[in-house]
Unconditional design. Structure first.
Length: 648
């Protein structure tokens, strides 16, 4: 294997490892995966160009070599991860890990990620904070799916007899593949193999470019021309290599890059480094970097579950985790990976069969009840676990008085999954008609708000739609939700309109001249004012961490002395929300009252994230307040309800 390519692998795995270990520092490290994809494309192109595909046996030989390289270590590590998850992680994390471990066995982790990311309430299960140890296997699933496809691509490319035609075809795949990647929803494109094909084909470009260059250099008829060309531009390759390595080095910087522009640049830079075939560059001839490249496959498989299961939280634990990950990777590389790569097929096939069957039996075992996998806690921890797990799933699905509200057909052209809730609650004995609109936050606050009125209303209606911000829209889905919400308000004409929403990160963008968000807010509120007597708007809440409840329970179980660190830094949280708050201050509304509940969570310089006395989390895994968190907001909700009843 070329030393420069092994060093490239070393750079790629360092980027990924540092990104996962220090996600707020090495914010661009995920681009290491893109480097791996280009390298894989180049190596597959080299392999399939050297060994032409003519018979079914040629296809079988290619697949055998790929499976021999990838699967034994892969299935061994998956087995170990499943065992570690059930021995160390809390049982509240098992279901999601079991889902992903099964997907990993079939090498479709990326497809499960796509499925979860498209579901509003499953999205949380596919994020990096979801405390599941198989998430990193999405990229290996993409690679294996590419390996299944690539022989057929090269079977077609064999019809093109000249390398320059193959180069043109590869360039077209890369160009049009990137255009498709850029146009499709990022969450889908990121994980879908066919939309990542352009990066593998960048490796094809590197291979055919190198072959054409070599044929010109080696052909006696072109030797003089090639020599003169090199003489005239003596530093062209060195310059290209320097620029390309600089681009890769930028990925280590702590400043977040615009990935839509930088991803293709990194992809092309990787292909350029491969084309240069450097033998004397200090970085690309480094024995240390080359060795890291040698163990990169093991290190990739091992590092993420180690970080998830033994989550670092202090300098000592970071050092322990780094050393343990590197040592285990080195040991596995020498005593496992290198050993099975030397096996002949008669030994390897039974060995792989044993690994697969071991995983099958393990999957059956961890799914059985009353097995030795069942986790035991101390009585205090057990009580905390039970109390907090009772807050899962979302609060509105488990609240005591949820039956007092009845779902109704929305009567709009909108997919069912985009409607979290629409209907009315038990009629009151007052004269006020009340309507609550928004996204899932509206459903979360529905009964806590309604209870403060004590039935002193005539009707209480609610509408909770996906991306239903109520006062602005910035996506296709949010525009549909806004149109429906406007029609509902115009039709119901409530006396009092409440707007409760969790606002997405896009509204945190810097405020521009003639800011579109502010214009939309004012236009929509002006529209609502035509139909209502009063509008009450919940001010923006801080942005919580995804899967906070899982993180909280992990700390209760394993790091109780460090649990105070989970409270949110108030200064940082407020800084993140500064543009959102400025926009709200610029809203013009004669019938509006803005109210806030965040001050109820303040203690000194932090926002409290859990009840210290009862050890109940205030936030669930999906960025919503739990029952305990909603209870904290009751004084402000009660004040607002009293004001409504006294003044409207």
């Amino acid at each position: 294997m070329r030393q420069d390519i092994q060093c490239l692998r070393g750079i790629a795995i360092l980027l990924v490892f540092l990104f996962h270990l220090f996600p707020t520092l090495f914010v661009n490290g995920f681009l290491g995966v893109d480097i791996f994809f280009v390298i894989s494309g180049y190596l597959m192109a080299k392999n399939l160009t050297r060994n032409e595909l003519k018979t079914l046996n040629d296809f079988a030989q290619f697949y055998y070599r790929r499976f021999r390289r990838i699967l034994p270590l892969y299935y061994f590590i998956v087995f170990i991860i499943v065992v570690m998850v059930h021995l160390y992680l809390g049982d509240y994390l098992w279901d999601n890990n079991n889902r992903y471990s099964l997907a990993s066995l079939f090498l479709v982790t990326n497809q499960l990620v796509i499925h979860d990311l498209e579901d509003y309430f499953n999205e949380v299960q596919a994020t990096a904070t979801s405390v599941h140890a198989f998430l990193h296997l999405w990229s290996l699933s993409v690679e294996m799916q590419f390996y299944l496809l690539v022989p057929f691509i090269f079977f077609g490319l064999q019809l093109l007899k000249q390398d320059y035609l193959k180069l043109i075809a590869s360039c077209l795949i890369t160009l049009f593949g990137f255009i498709a990647f850029a146009m499709i929803l990022p969450k889908f494109a990121f994980n879908f193999m066919f939309l990542r094909l352009w990066q593998f084909s960048a490796g094809f470009v590197a291979l055919f470019w190198s072959r054409i260059e070599k044929s010109i250099r080696d052909n006696p008829e072109n030797k003089k021309e090639a020599t003169e060309s090199i003489y005239k531009l003596p530093f062209i390759k060195d310059d290209l290599l320097t620029v390309s390595l600089t681009i890769l080095a930028i990925c280590f910087l702590p400043s977040e890059l615009n990935v839509m522009y930088f991803r293709p640049i990194v992809t092309m830079a990787t292909a350029a480094v491969i084309i240069c075939e450097s033998q004397n560059n200090t970085m690309l001839s480094s024995n240390t970097l080359g060795y890291i490249g040698d163990i990169s496959y093991v290190l990739y498989l091992v590092h993420w579950p180690m970080i998830v299961i033994f989550a670092p939280y202090s300098p000592q634990t970071y050092i322990f985790l780094t050393v343990t990950t590197l040592l285990s990777s080195i040991i596995l590389h020498h005593i496992f990976e290198q050993k099975y790569l030397k096996m002949d097929w008669k030994t390897l096939v039974p060995f792989l069969f044993v690994l697969i069957m071991g995983n099958v039996f393990l999957q059956l075992s961890v799914r059985r009840e009353n097995t030795f996998w069942n986790m035991t806690y101390t009585e205090d921890v057990q009580n905390i676990m039970i109390s907090n797990k009772a807050q899962i799933p979302a609060s509105w699905l488990t609240e005591e008085k949820r039956d007092e509200c009845v779902e109704e057909p929305i009567g709009e052209n909108i997919e069912k999954y985009k409607v979290f809730g629409y209907g009315s609650c038990v009629r009151g004995n007052g004269s006020l008609s009340i309507m609550l609109i928004g996204n899932s936050y509206a459903l979360s606050f529905r009964n806590p708000l309604r209870e403060q009125f004590g039935l002193n209303y005539s009707t209480f209606r609610y509408s909770s739609l996906i991306e239903g911000f109520g006062i602005y829209a910035d996506t296709v889905t949010s525009r549909l939700s806004l149109e429906i919400t406007r029609r509902q308000v115009a039709r119901c004409k409530p006396d009092v309109l409440f707007i409760f929403a969790r606002y997405y990160p896009s509204i945190r963008d810097p405020i521009r001249e003639n800011d579109d968000y502010i214009q939309q807010m004012n236009d929509n509120i002006k529209f609502y004012e035509k139909f209502v007597k009063k509008i009450y708007i919940l001010k923006p809440h801080p942005y919580y961490k995804w899967n906070f409840l899982n993180i909280f329970l992990q700390n209760v179980q394993h790091r109780p002395d460090d649990i105070e660190s989970l409270h949110m830094n108030r200064r940082e949280a407020d800084k993140m929300m500064i543009n959102v708050k400025k926009r709200f201050k610029m809203i013009k509304c004669s019938k509006c009252q803005f109210f806030d509940v965040t001050h109820l969570f303040v203690e000194d310089n932090k926002y409290l994230m859990f009840d210290r006395d009862q050890m109940l989390s205030y936030v669930d895994n999906t960025l919503h307040l739990t029952h305990a968190g909603l209870k904290v907001t009751e004084p402000e909700l009660k004040r607002v309800a009293k004001e409504v009843m006294d003044t409207v």
